[in-house]
Design a protein around this ligand. Structure first.
Ligand SMILES: C[S@@+](CC[C@H](N)C(=O)[O-])C[C@H]1O[C@@H](n2cnc3c(N)ncnc32)[C@H](O)[C@@H]1O
Length: 331
């Protein structure tokens, strides 16, 4: 989009000229992108200082997924710290870093990874701007603790002069017709025509309710973006960060890029992007997704698509007949 915005957190009216792109979803040929199929630390050492305006990733959580070997949390964090040092070196002075994590769980004990990571980033001088809660409505049902329904994104900047394009990510206000009811502005519209600040709680669905029955927390089987990867990012989630925290032609990095969701989100929005991923299978899927994007064939859940709310009339929202006579049924 050819919009110019200032760094300000202001919901009142701002002037902006919006010119819609001629082609949505088709990658600008001058945009650079690369999936590097190798170890992150080794690759980062070859990248020049201050190259990236945004580093966004979901690192391995040390949970023993197919692509990782579970180790003690201290050892895991030491390894990650070596990578973080290189990431900070390659981040530009106006740059932002988004670190998306959930919990590490050992013998039923929960370790919120963002608490551990915060200390590391702080040690190297980064400044936290938001701890974003990525909330999702459904997921696995726990039996020994409350079911987990959110993960977090730590958004840090390198300096106080950082890129932040709030107007590019505003969302529709719930009550756009609201007016000041007293004071000198009485009667005037109180909101911003571009929408409201999306806040630090993000309800980004990974599943399209128009086509499927369940609301699923991560990109899982019914989601239009689903690939072989066990925990890929919804592209919509990365797009919000890319639009808010970089400018057109910025460079974006994902040092644990999996099936390339970050690279797709970046190049779709005219940003240059590098993804580093050690598993060949995921690199191949990433390349395939980029190709499909360029051909206009990649299925992507549109950014800010409203979340479907069941009306209560749907069959799956009704108490099943088998439970009708149970006294303890919630309904
Ligand atoms: C949580 S997943 C990220 C998924 C990604 N956000 C996506 O949308 O596909 C972490 C990824 O990091 C990769 N990985 C783990 N250690 C790595 C390393 N040292 N170098 C490069 N990639 C690594 C894993 O193979 C895995 O695909």
């Amino acid at each position: 989009m050819t919009r110019k915005y200032e760094n300000k957190d202001n919901d009142s009216l701002t002037e902006s000229k919006v010119e819609e792109p001629l082609f949505d979803n088709i990658v600008n040929p001058i945009v650079n992108h690369q999936i590097i199929c190798d170890d992150s630390l080794k690759t980062l050492k070859k990248i020049s200082d201050k190259k990236f305006d945004l580093i966004i990733t979901s690192p391995p959580y040390n949970l023993g997924k197919s692509y990782e070997t579970k180790t003690k949390i201290e050892k895991y964090l030491q390894t990650q710290e070596q990578i973080i040092i290189e990431l900070i070196r390659t981040l530009s002075d106006k740059g932002n870093l988004c670190w998306q994590v959930g919990n590490y769980v050992d013998k039923g004990e929960v370790y919120p990874l963002d608490i551990f990571y915060y200390q590391i980033f702080k040690k190297y001088g980064l400044k936290l701007r938001n701890r974003i809660i990525w909330h999702f409505g459904h997921g696995l049902h726990a039996s020994n603790r409350f079911s987990g329904r959110y993960e977090t994104i730590l958004w840090f900047s390198k300096t106080d002069d950082y890129i932040f394009n709030l107007d590019d990510v505003r969302v529709r206000a719930k009550y756009p017709g609201k007016r000041y009811y007293k004071g000198p502005k009485k009667g005037l519209i109180s909101g911003n025509p571009l929408g409201k600040n999306p806040s630090d709680i993000w309800e980004i669905l990974e599943q399209d309710w128009d086509k499927a029955i369940w609301n699923i927390p991560n990109v899982k089987s019914n989601h239009p973006e689903k690939t072989e990867h066990p925990c890929q990012f919804p592209i919509e989630l990365v797009e919000r960060c890319v639009l808010a925290l970089t400018n057109e032609n910025s460079w974006v990095l994902d040092p644990f890029s999996g099936v390339g969701s970050t690279v797709v989100a970046a190049i779709k929005n005219n940003r240059n992007a590098i993804g580093i991923e050690k598993e060949k299978e995921y690199c191949n899927i990433a390349e395939q997704r980029i190709k499909s994007l360029k051909e206009g064939e990649l299925k992507v859940r549109p950014i800010n698509k409203p979340i479907h709310t069941p009306t209560g009339k749907e069959k799956i929202t009704q108490i099943p007949i088998e439970w009708k006579n149970l006294k303890s049924v919630k309904g």
